[in-house]
Ligand binder design. Structure first.
Ligand code: AMP
Length: 111
């Protein structure tokens, strides 16, 4: 399956970058499921959370740090959801590790 996120990281697909550092990049989800729906993508091409090796766990910390920064920028510090889908049956469609930052409405159990 095509890795759209790698193309965004490589600037092959133009996207408004909301946050970026050496390890992660964040931009708006193209099909938002909430008024604020951002994606925080780990730049290293790790397919999913389950594949994160012990030595790469700091990358998940980087995602959390980015989420905290973005939550402040968007004024949603008090109410947001940070989730990742691991595997097709969990809803994963792009196999490049990323987290969804959702906010701006009352989120149900399934978002
Ligand atoms: P997941 O289903 O958890 O793998 O999340 C993939 C997300 O990427 C979905 O919510 C899509 O709407 C989103 N998406 C797919 N292509 C793009 C794109 N070119 N730019 C931004 N978001 C995208």
């Amino acid at each position: 399956m095509e890795d759209v996120f790698q193309k965004i990281i490589d600037r092959e697909i133009p996207t408004d970058i909301l946050y970026e550092n050496e390890h992660v990049i964040a931009f708006k989800d193209i099909y938002p499921k909430a008024p604020i729906h951002l994606l925080i993508v780990v730049k290293k091409p790790i397919p999913d959370l389950q594949s994160v090796a012990a030595g790469d766990l700091f990358l998940v910390q980087e995602v959390v740090k980015a989420a905290q920064i973005l939550a402040k920028e968007y004024g949603i510090e008090k109410n947001y959801r940070l989730v990742t889908n691991n595997g097709t049956e969990a809803g994963q469609t792009i196999f490049h590790l990323h987290f969804h930052l959702l906010a701006g409405k009352r989120l149900g159990a399934e978002g």
